[in-house]
Design a binder for this molecule. Structure first.
Ligand SMILES: Cc1ncc(COP(=O)(O)OP(=O)(O)O)c(N)n1
Ligand SMILES: Cc1ncsc1CCOP(=O)(O)O
Ligand SMILES: [Mg+2]
Length: 551
């Protein structure tokens, strides 16, 4: 089992990541009920996404009359206008992730399912194709494991919060609806997020009240087809286990520990958690990391809401915007963002020595000039020297909030507390590196083929380094794949890609002009470090590439 303590400030650290320079906003479509009290449902979804810098559109499934004392009334949205809301948004706007909340009737679920088939969101188109392919391959290969894997890994873009019972205890839907949810929606879902009561309903168990029950329920729910099941243990009987959420991917259970916050202002935490997961996914974050980030946000929101007084009832709402006044003061934590790849500086001590500067000085200059991430690449150094250099460079990078990763050497990365590691195909396997580094750290992988990219994705990498795009003297005996090779990989990649190899201020435009959407930047060695003034060289390159990231 994978154990993860969630630091209370992680939500805060996420917020600046939301202040994106790119004009295209990650987009979540919330399909949920309206809460007149403003604490849960659609209102919570929009606030949570907004707080994380993600655009949120809305298809309202029902209008509820609610306040801090409970639910006073429910009016289901007429089917035609519900369908029209979905159609309006999905036909016009680029939705990254659909997040569902209250789905009050089987008709509403049916409409949603068929609209998702007509207007597949990012990843769901793959899913639909994958279902067809799955059925086909299933027949051909007689239910082989291959077909199942193919089916599983091609999905993304749907978060299902199975809102069956309100936090006040009010029942919001019927068993018939729960059944429909399992059969029609869960097979499409990336993740489903039941609390203990919902996990019992979905799994058909009479009660889910221990960690073992949670595991059993997760396994049963997984069989309906979602890629991940997150059973939320907020109300576990055993107080020592309370606040443990279990994430299950069909093989491994990941447990996420939070610290209990003594507060009654908990209305809407389920909706908020699922929305945060959807928001992080919309930014390109992978699901286990999205869950961790979302838990961190909830924890911080609970902390900051405990003294808030809204309404006379027992369950007040969260303050979703707790960190806004703090915006300017918050230093970015190194939760990976694809935009970090924009101008990726890879050091070379040989070059820096030739120009008579230490690696730390070179890193400082590259960051001053606009490098967005730094990789320390030492092919010859003794471990002790590499470690010392890494410590010095991390000190420099931390001051500016630019992430720093170590090339090849997981041991050095861990020992010096770097933000991550960049691994080649012959280095330690990514899956093992992820187990050792945990979910917070960045893992990049060098890939030259679509199969390598797919594996990197499955094993938990954050990004892919792809090249050599052009011939280079910096890395000998390295096959050049050209722009076509790069773009072929980008178009098949579920991960953000950075291009590397022979890129400089003269050809960067060519690489980025018609870039596929998964190509998030360029990585360079000699174009920065084989120059007399690193800061100037970085500024020039940053200037050349900036226009391609302001669409
Ligand atoms: C961003 C980035 N992409 C690719 C590489 C190459 O890594 P690898 O293939 O392991 O080769 P070495 O750099 O270790 O020689 C990279 N370093 N960075
Ligand atoms: C490390 C690496 N991996 C593929 S090409 C390359 C070298 C890139 O160096 P340069 O930017 O000087 O061509
Ligand atoms: Mg390597």
């Amino acid at each position: 089992m994978y154990s993860l303590a969630v630091p209370a400030n992680i939500g805060l650290s996420l917020l600046p990541a939301a202040v994106s320079e790119s004009c295209r906003k990650p987009h979540v479509l919330s399909v949920s009920g309206s809460d007149s009290g403003g604490g849960a449902g659609m209102q919570a979804d929009i606030k949570a996404c907004g707080a994380l810098g993600v655009y949120c559109s809305a298809a309202i499934t029902a209008i509820t009359a609610q306040n801090t004392t409970g639910v006073q009334g429910i009016q289901v949205t007429p089917e035609n206008i519900f369908a029209m809301q979905l159609q309006s948004v999905l036909s016009d706007m680029e939705v990254d992730v659909v997040k569902t909340g209250m789905l009050p009737t089987v008709q509403i679920i049916d409409i949603l399912r068929s609209q998702l088939e007509s207007y597949p969101v990012k990843g769901l188109s793959h899913c639909m194709q994958a279902i067809e392919m799955h059925i086909f391959v299933h027949i051909i290969l007689c239910f082989s494991a291959f077909s199942e894997n193919t089916f599983q890994r091609l999905r993304s873009g749907l978060v299902v919060d199975p809102v069956l019972i309100a936090s006040s205890g009010d029942c919001l839907t019927s068993h018939e609806v729960a059944d429909m949810l399992c059969k029609r929606l869960l097979p499409l879902a990336d993740i489903v997020t039941p609390n203990l009561t919902e996990a019992a309903v979905l799994s058909g168990k009479s009660r889910v009240c221990t960690l073992l029950d949670m595991q059993e329920a997760a396994k049963i729910i997984k069989d309906f087809g979602p890629r991940y099941v997150l059973v939320k243990g907020g109300h576990l009987q055993d107080i020592s286990e309370a606040n443990v959420d279990l994430l299950y991917d069909g093989e491994t259970f990941y447990d996420f520990h939070g610290t209990r916050v003594e507060t009654l202002n908990t209305h809407g935490t389920g909706c908020t958690l699922a929305s945060c997961i959807a928001a992080e996914m919309a930014k390109g974050v992978q699901i286990p990391e999205a869950v961790k980030a979302a838990k961190g946000y909830i924890q911080a929101a609970l902390e900051h809401s405990k003294n808030m007084k809204i309404g006379k009832g027992p369950h007040g709402p969260l303050n979703h915007f707790f960190a806004f006044p703090e915006y300017s003061k918050i230093r970015r934590h190194h939760l990976f963002k694809a935009s970090d790849l924009r101008l990726y500086a890879v050091t070379d001590s040989g070059m820096n020595k030739r120009w008579q500067r230490s690696t730390a000085e070179a890193v400082r200059s590259a960051i001053e000039g606009g490098a967005t991430i730094v990789q320390l690449r030492e092919k010859e150094a003794e471990s002790s020297d590499f470690f010392k250099e890494a410590v010095a460079c991390i000190e420099v990078a931390r001051k500016s909030g630019v992430p720093l990763v170590i090339n090849d050497r997981l041991d050095i990365a861990m020992a010096c507390g770097a933000d991550g590691v960049h691994l080649g195909q012959s280095d330690l396997p990514v899956r093992e590196a992820r187990m050792l580094l945990g979910l917070d750290k960045i893992i990049g992988v060098s890939c030259k083929t679509v199969e390598q990219v797919q594996k990197a994705y499955e094993d938990g990498a954050n990004y892919v380094g792809c090249g050599g795009v052009y011939p280079t003297n910096t890395k000998r005996n390295n096959r050049t794949i050209g722009l076509e090779g790069l773009y072929a990989i980008c178009s098949a990649s579920p991960l953000p890609v950075v291009a590397i190899g022979g890129i400089n201020e003269f050809n960067a435009e060519e690489v980025l002009r018609d870039r596929p959407s998964t190509l998030h930047g360029i990585a360079v060695v000699s174009a920065l470090f084989d120059k007399p003034v690193v800061c100037k060289a970085t500024q020039v390159l940053a200037g050349k590439i900036s226009e391609f990231f302001h669409r």
